[in-house]
Design a protein around this ligand. Structure first.
Ligand code: GAP
Length: 458
């Protein structure tokens, strides 16, 4: 692993220390692959989702938004192929009772037997693995108060199917014709057995998916368009280009619905891994749902008289994986005045808090003026007020959560209504008039940005 890749332990420890992301149900000992987001985690995740909506519906006119149900008619999953084919091969160990993915037993995945000696499952003296069995990843539940009499339904394993089910309805009111897209953000659920790589693979996770419906002959062109657009998006979030790559799937890796897929991959602490998948799904989904429901799911072009089932290009991203990539890419450690500092060098637009307002001392009218400044800024950007501890400690606290600017109120501020603006990355401190502060900071927030880690590495 290159030495500019942070370890997962450091990310997990920072996230826990600052309440960004931490294990769920902790008072009961936690629950596998399930995490909660605290205050700064929520703000960071919201910035990711907002940036995605901006790229999908703010910057373009050819995509509309949707929020479909998590529990859909159970026949959805018959038609989509998930009931029959959305499975992982699993083996159980009769000795230790652990369950492993049969396709993850090799050294590359580094899954370990929980007993001593620490070896790959199946290689210890007492290991006794069953044959592999296919295990469906969908969570099943029941509608109705009595389990036996109720009908079985599933928590959606992807948001995409809700979009296909609503294709006809949306086409009816959105006043759009192919090429056009339907975008959705929401939770999906998969009963994953994994070695616990923090939030990389979790049981419930948020997806940002967009199904782009196009005339069949244009599908490949649009596939190429979305590969480029999605790579650009991650770079615009500030992720270093040399830690991102596109990888085309081999023929034998393709999902049942796909004629071509490429993954945007990020160099996580666990190696190059999928951040987002971009697939050419052809007309598989609309055709399947048309057959299973009896509804015509096609487009009739009144001008040309042509009738066709649109093909679909799908960029499908995970909010958690994008958040984790941002955290890993921004994490840095340096030294200021001989003291170690942990800092998140996040793109200012992604930072959970944009500006912290800090009175130098808790007296002499400084807190009052600091509150005034805070109130001036809070409508323009996410702001935090902090008066607890030495100024150095307060700077360190903000560095750890990636706050790009700290505004300090000192004795001079009371005399001439100016403050200092400290920059997280350059550590410069500039004096700015309070009246001009909102515009100065808003200008900095909008300015072009590249990762300072990239600049230093160069
Ligand atoms: N509709 C296509 C689809 O769901 P996918 O590659 O299975 O494709 C898309 O999922 C994205 O959702 C992934 O690239 C990843 O970012 C995220 N994702 C999938 N499973 C996940 C899990 N168990 N935990 C966290 N994120 C996950």
């Amino acid at each position: 692993m290159p030495d500019d890749v942070v370890t997962m332990d450091k990310i997990v420890s920072l996230c826990k220390r600052r309440g960004i992301i931490f294990p769920a149900s902790e008072i009961y000992g936690g629950i596998a692959n399930t995490y909660d987001y605290g205050h700064y985690g929520v703000l960071l995740k919201r910035n990711v989702v907002d940036a995605w909506w901006q790229a999908m519906i703010g910057d373009r006119d050819d995509i509309v938004a949707l929020d479909s149900a998590i529990i859909q008619h159970p026949r959805t999953w018959e038609a989509s192929g998930h009931l029959a084919g959305f499975t992982d091969p699993l083996v159980d160990c009769r000795t230790c009772g652990q369950r492993f993915r049969a396709d993850h037993l090799d050294a590359e995945h580094d899954v370990r037997c929980p007993r001593k000696p620490s070896v790959l499952p199946g290689q210890g003296p007492d290991c006794n693995l069953t044959e592999a069995r296919e295990f469906n990843l969908m969570f099943e539940t029941t509608i109705g108060p009595v389990q036996e009499a109720g009908s079985t339904v599933y928590l959606r394993p992807e948001t995409a199917q809700g979009i296909f089910l609503d294709f006809k309805t949306v086409l009816g009111f959105a006043r759009r014709k192919p090429p056009f897209g339907i975008a959705q953000v929401g939770k999906s659920f998969r009963n994953e057995i994994t070695p616990g790589n923090f939030i990389f693979r979790t049981l419930e996770f948020e997806q940002m998916e967009m199904e782009f419906f196009v005339p069949p002959d244009d599908a490949h062109r649009w596939y190429l368009h979305w590969l480029e657009a999605r790579m650009d998006w991650y770079e615009r979030l500030g992720i270093r280009g040399d830690h991102l790559r596109l990888r085309a799937h081999e023929q034998d890796e393709l999902s049942h619905y796909s004629s071509a897929t490429s993954d945007v991959e990020y160099l996580y602490p666990i190696g190059w891994q999928e951040l987002e998948g971009i697939a050419n799904r052809g007309n598989f989904d609309l055709t399947q749902h048309a057959q299973h429901s009896g509804e015509k799911l096609e487009y009739f072009d009144q001008q040309s008289g042509e009738r066709y089932v649109p093909h679909v290009i799908e960029p499908a991203a995970g909010v958690g994986r994008a958040t984790l990539a941002l955290l890993c890419d921004a994490y840095d450690e340096d030294e200021i005045g001989g003291e170690a500092r942990t800092v998140l060098k996040l793109h200012p637009q992604m930072a959970p808090v944009k500006v912290a307002v800090l009175p130098l001392v808790r007296k002499d009218g400084q807190p009052e003026l600091a509150h005034e400044v805070r109130n001036l800024l809070r409508r323009r950007m996410q702001t935090e007020y902090d008066e607890g501890g030495s100024i150095g400690r307060r700077y360190r606290r903000q560095d750890e959560i990636g706050t790009p600017w700290c505004v300090t109120i000192d004795h001079q501020s009371l005399e001439d209504r100016t403050v200092t603006v400290r920059d997280r990355d350059t550590l410069t401190q500039d004096r700015v008039a309070i009246d001009e502060l909102p515009d100065v900071l808003a200008g900095k927030l909008e300015a072009p940005w590249i990762s300072p880690k990239l600049v230093v590495e160069d």
